[in-house]
Each structure stands twice: as C-alpha cells, then as structure tokens.
Write a protein that binds this ligand. Structure first.
Ligand code: ADP
Ligand code: ZN
Ligand code: ZN
Length: 723
C-alpha cells in the first residue's frame, strides 16, 4: 500500500504538520505536488501531497517529534513526516485527486525548507508554489469534486493604456542593443556569470554598479547565455519597478518567451502566466518577489535587481527573504544567482568576502561615461537658525526655479520612513535617545511618552529641548500632501509647471504608478514629488535636479539598518539626476549634516560609510555578524499577550542556557514600538545568534510547546529586515 504525506490547506497562524493518508489502490494520478481532497476530522479539506512512499510493514517505535521531523526533511528516510505511520492506526484514504502536480520533488523540498527556515506554517508555504497563490475553492460537480477555475482574465483595458515608451522609443532601445561595446566592468561581470554557469555549482555574482552603469545589460546577456544552454531564467525586480519601462527592455530582447508576474494581477492572470511557464512556452520570468516560485523547468539563472530592497522580504507568513531562498535554490539546482545593486546590502557585501562561491564585480561608472551628479548637503538646522521656517531651503528653492524656468524636470523626495515618530529639536537637531540602548526613543501619542522599544525604558516627552532649552521641540511631521501644498504655494505664478505627487495614496489603484510617470514624462517643466518609491527604476533624461526634503528621518528610527537605508536612499535617488545629455545635481536637506551615512553618500564613498557602520554592527551584535530572530506575540487582550511573551521568554532563556550555550542571546520580552496596532496588543522577543546558526532549531520547539492562552498569536520573524 502507498501512503501520502499531505499538507492541509487550512488557514492557520500556528505551526502545522503534514498528515498521512492511504492512497487507494485504484487511485490514479496521486503524485507529489497534486492537490487532493481529504477528510480531516469531520470536514473535507484540500491538501497537497509532499511525499509519497510504500507503507512499511513494521511499525515505528515512537512517533517522531515535530522538531526532529522538521529539521530532518533533507534526509530521505525522514521524508515522510507522518503524524503516525503506525499500522495499528487505520489511515484514512485520499478521497480524490484534484489537480495535476503543481510542484515536483524539488518543490516539495523547497516548501519544507521555507517552512523550517522561517518557522512558518507549511500551508502558507505551499501557496507560494500553487498557480493562484492562495487557497482554492472546491466545488461539487455531480459526484465529482473539483477545484474552482480561477476568475476570468481581466479585461484588456488596463494593459492597453499607452506605454511610457512609444514604439519609436522601443525601436531605438532594440537597435541600441548591439550598437555599443561593453564596458570593462560589464565584460568582467558577464565572464564571471558564464563561469558560474559552466561550473553549475550554485555560484553567485554580485554586480555592484552605480545607477546607469549598465547592470540591466549584464542581466540581458546573462539571460541570453542561460537560454542558449537550454535553461530558464527568473528576474526579480522590486514591485515598484515593474513598470512597462522595465518590462519592455526584457520583452524587446526576448519577445514572446517573457512572462510577467506581479501582485496586482488577478487570480486568472496569474494562473495564465503560471501555465505558460509550466508548459515551457515562457522561459524568462520577470516579476516581483513571489515570481521566484514559478514552475520553471531547468532553472539556470536567478537575477535579483536592487537586491538590497526591503520588498524582497515578505512581511507576513512565510516571512521569507527572496534573496536568501534564491541562494538556497541555486545551490540545490546547480544554477547561478546574480545580485545587482548600486548599493548592495551589507550582508551581501560581507558574504562575498567569506564565501568562495560568491563573487563581486564592480561597475564603477555610468555606461555613457557621464559623471555621477554632484551632491550638496544643506544643513537645515542652520537654515532654521537664520530665520527660515520653510521645509524648502533657500538653495533648493533657487535651484528648483532655475531648473523649471529652463523647462527641465525635478524630482523631490520626502523620506517617509520614521516620519513623526520621534521628537526633534528644530533649533539644535537634538533627538532624545535611550540611555542604555543608544537608539532614538519612539514618540507615543498615548500619554505623551517616549519609549525605547528595545528595553522598554519610558519617560514623559520633555516640553523643551533638554540640550538647548528651545521650545521648538516637535514631532517632526509632514506628509507628502503638506509638502505638495507648500510646493504649490512656492510655484505660484508658474502655472505651466506640472506637479505630480506619487505616494501610497496616489498609487493605490492598479497602474496608477505608470499613469503618473507618463504624466511626468510629457515634455515641459514638471516636478515629481514622492516618497521613497520614486528612488527606484525611474529613468528620465530631462531630470536635472533631485532634492531630498529630509534625508535623516530614517536615521532616527530605532532600527539597526537605519544608517544603511539612509545611505542607500541618498545614493539611489542621486542616481536619478543627470542621466541624459543635461548635467544634473542633487540637494540633500538634513538636520544631521555631519552624519556619516549622509556625508558618505554625498561623496559616493561607500568605504567611508562601512568603516563607520561595521564596527557598530559588530559591537551591538547585528547582521552581518549575528543573525536575528524576532518572536512576535499579538492578541486582543493585553494581559494575555504579556503572559505569553513572558512564558516564551522563559523558554527561550532555558533553551539558550541548556542547548546552545553562550554565543546566543535573548534581549527579553518587551512591548513593540507600536504597542497597539489595529486593536491588537503586541510584544516581541529579540534573539541574537551566530551568523551560521540554525535559528529554527531553537525557536520552533519553543513556539510549539507554549501552553498559555491559545487565542494569542505567536510567530517568528527570522532575519527581520528591520526592527
Ligand atoms: P543600470 O541597470 O545599471 O541602471 P542600464 O543597464 O539601465 O544601467 O544602462 C543605462 C543606460 O546605458 C541604458 O540606456 C543602456 O542602454 C546604456 N548602456 C548599457 N551598457 C552600455 C554600454 N556598454 N555602452 C553604452 N551604453 C550602454
Ligand atoms: Zn533602551
Ligand atoms: Zn535643542
């Protein structure tokens, strides 16, 4: 008799385990990857087969414990994580097979890898590999159960909107392709990638090149090389960069074999693309994070553009990082990973120094030979001191008027991260910090308090600046709308200037992003005002001025990655200026003019930034030196949430003491920075572990064994992007 190990498709926050069912002798088509109908308790449920095997006659001595089971998945003998393969228990049979296989043996291992590595419910991981990406509905047709077909394809309307590039542009791009000689850096990068492909050992090439250095051209040639070897390629770009502008570069080179996948597609659209890839009609996929899991046969190449971006980390279960999962996949498959960025993450840079299969190739200059635009830092504290109350410094105003009056374009960026969440003295730039954690305190409206979300330290918000006595101690707060209002006032009398605001409000509808960029691209003077989303992918020749309204708000965040993200953002947004014939310039407004992150970014000096940042990371035990895991506890009842957090805290400490020893560390249970969110109380426990530690091995049993308050949710964010 055959038995099948099945992941049930049930909505769950808690960790699940696969169940074992008997495969009826007359059932055809039950294979790994199939959706099946099963009985679970008294209900019918959809499940997915992740392993199939002959039942063994001898009964197991003892059921395998969940912890052991989940870490042992790569051992073939353990590949059947049965609840009980004990023959004395009568196994329920599979009721019917609902689909052809969605994934193969490798997919089954991938699901288990992600579930283990990120301590996530298996059911949440299996959806990454199914065609609609969520739980399907089953319907009864006559006597037969079947999966409901995904909704019809969306009407063509949206897709038909005029592309940013018109046909002439695309023709020019296509023509351009072979017209130039590759730069030295590009050649080195392609050589390294082809070398890794020939080696087929899961190597990684980091293409470390400034904006405009020709990274995309490198990706295109790498894809060509993969296709020529009969292999498929997956290209991940940040969701926001998935504009027609980006997509058309791949389509104009590879035509019909390109599939596009992003989160705004309907179930039906995703299903169609998925089928095209599964059938081999499409051999190149360009998409957002989850496109990594498309059913590409003979995957030879994964490209991740802007690999430092936070969008590659999923913020709900499974909380995976696409780059890190891709690194695992290429190793398993003998494929090649290409990571590209003007500002590679510190983890990635670091790995190229200690992992012999990771190589870094540098593309130091723009492909068209133009220099990077000069960056000027504008000290806003000094501006304020000399009487200016505007959020636009005098220099920024002058340069903006000059650019617009000449009929050019400008980009203004408001850094929203960290906005209004801390106190700032507008006179001296002072920001209250925790006396023990050396992070800025977070302002809590409730009770007018300042709170450290690492250690829980709390003080009332001071009425005047503790450093200089100034009463101008304010929640630093202004959204894009307020900036827009002030900008429009500044531009009075310049009616021909179009102002386009791009933030989460104005881009919530499908394709709004493209529509706004099209509007900006029209000839004539225009200002694009937006949040950090405008730092990505945007490529317009006529942008001569980039202004950053507030470069430092992010630096105030109590987050180990604050300085890195500030450096990245300034560097990325600077790259948007002066890409074409016209010279560009960048103005960076800040209250922290002497911050190393900002100064180093303004001089394009990464070395300086790292030599300041790395010792801090090392001293405080953050990545790339230590791994983090953040256990999250949330629920509606404050006392219950605290109880669970304290119980877990005790168990974590016990496990660290008993199992792993002293190189691990827990910072203890503490309320989250935002203690109450959407009527849920939230606590967390931050754990630091050695860089190569198997975090799940310690944390998973802790979470599974908890006793108190089942209504309270517990999850773990392994390798959190930020805190
Ligand atoms: P990145 O992806 O690093 O921002 P792109 O690949 O978009 O850079 O290249 C920027 C511009 O330079 C594009 O218009 C591209 O066609 C062009 N380009 C790329 N490589 C070369 C080259 N070797 N010589 C001249 N132009 C190039
Ligand atoms: Zn503290
Ligand atoms: Zn002050």
């Amino acid at each position: 008799m055959k038995i099948a190990s099945v992941i049930l498709d049930i909505q769950t926050q808690s960790l699940d385990t696969p169940y074992t069912y008997a495969v009826p002798d007359d059932m055809d088509g039950a294979q790994v990857g199939c959706a099946v109908l099963v009985e679970f308790g008294r209900r019918r449920a959809v499940g997915y087969i992740i392993a199939i095997a002959e039942a063994q006659e001898e009964s197991h001595d003892a059921p395998v414990s969940p912890a052991v089971r989940s870490v042992a998945f790569h051992d073939e003998s353990e590949a059947l994580p049965a609840t009980r393969t004990d023959r004395r228990v009568e196994l329920k049979p599979l009721l019917s097979v609902l689909s052809a296989p969605y994934f193969d043996e490798f997919g089954a291992r991938l699901i288990q890898f992600i579930a283990h590595e990120y301590i996530a419910p298996l059911s949440s991981c299996v959806h990454l590999l199914t065609p609609v990406g969520r739980a399907p509905k089953v319907v009864k047709r006559g006597d037969e159960w079947e999966l409901q077909k995904p909704a019809k394809r969306r009407k063509k309307k949206d897709a038909e909107a005029a592309p940013i590039l018109d046909d002439a542009d695309i023709a020019r791009t296509a023509q351009q392709r072979e017209a130039f000689d590759l730069t030295e850096g590009q050649m080195q990068a392609i050589q390294a990638i082809e070398g890794a492909m020939a080696h087929a050992a899961g190597g990684c090439v980091v293409v470390d090149g400034v904006t405009g250095s020709g990274k995309t051209e490198v990706y295109l040639r790498a894809i060509r090389a993969a296709l020529e070897r009969g292999m498929g390629a997956i290209v991940l770009v940040p969701e926001i960069a998935l504009t027609p502008q980006t997509v058309s570069r791949f389509e104009s080179r590879f035509g019909d074999t390109v599939a596009v996948m992003h989160s705004r597609m309907t179930g039906g659209e995703r299903y169609d693309q998925w089928q095209d890839v599964a059938s081999g009609r499409k051999r190149v996929v360009v998409g957002a994070r989850s496109a990594l899991f498309c059913p590409m046969e003979r995957l030879g190449l994964v490209v991740i553009d802007e690999e430092h971006e936070s969008t590659y980390k999923q913020e709900s279960a499974p909380r995976y990082h696409a780059r890190d999962v891709a690194a695992w996949m290429v190793c398993e498959l003998g494929a090649t990973l290409v990571l590209g960025s003007a500002t590679p993450s510190i983890e990635t840079l670091c790995r190229t120094t200690y992992d012999p299969s990771w190589h870094r190739v540098s593309l130091p200059g723009r492909a068209n030979g133009k220099p990077m635009p000069p960056v000027r830092i504008i000290d806003m504290a000094r501006e304020f001191g000399s009487g200016s109350r505007s959020m636009f410094s005098r220099t920024l105003q002058e340069e903006l008027f000059a650019a617009l009056d000449a009929g050019h374009k400008a980009v203004l960026m408001l850094n929203q991260r960290g906005f209004a969440n801390f106190l700032l003295c507008r006179e001296c730039g002072y920001v209250p910090e925790c006396p023990t954690c050396s992070v800025s305190l977070t302002y809590h409206e409730r009770g007018n308090m300042l709170v450290c979300h690492h250690c829980g330290h709390r003080v009332p918000a001071p009425p005047v600046c503790p450093a200089c006595g100034s009463p101008y101690l304010k929640k630093f707060g202004a959204g894009t709308q307020r900036v827009e209002a002030e900008l429009l006032k500044l531009l009075e009398g310049r009616e021909q200037v179009r102002v386009i605001r791009m933030d989460s409000d104005t881009t919530s509808s499908r394709d709004a992003h493209e529509r706004l960029l099209r509007e900006f691209a029209k000839p004539g003077a225009a200002v694009l005002l937006g949040t950090q989303m405008i730092a990505k992918g945007l490529d317009f020749d006529e942008v001569v001025l980039v202004g950053v309204i507030n470069a430092d708000t992010q630096l105030r965040l109590p987050d180990f990655r604050s300085a890195e993200r500030t450096f990245d953002l300034v560097e990325q947004v600077a790259g948007r200026a002066g890409r074409g014939e016209l010279d560009g310039q960048v103005l960076v407004q800040t209250y922290m003019a002497d911050s190393v992150a900002i100064q180093a970014a303004a001089t394009y000096n990464r070395k300086r930034f790292l030599s300041d940042e790395l010792p801090k990371r090392r001293m405080l035990g953050y990545p790339p030196y230590m791994r983090l895991a953040n256990i999250l506890v949330w629920g509606e009842n404050a006392d219950e949430v605290r109880d669970v957090a304290l119980e877990l805290d005790a168990r974590v400490n016990e496990a660290i003491r008993d199992i792993v020893g002293t190189d691990w560390m827990s910072l203890g249970a503490a309320p989250c920075a935002i203690e109450r969110l959407r009527s849920q109380y939230r606590w967390h426990i931050l754990i630091k572990a050695p860089r190569d530690a198997d975090i799940a091995r310690l944390v998973e049993p802790v979470i599974r064994k908890r006793r108190t308050h089942k209504r309270v949710n517990v999850a773990c964010d392994v390798d959190p992007f930020s805190l």
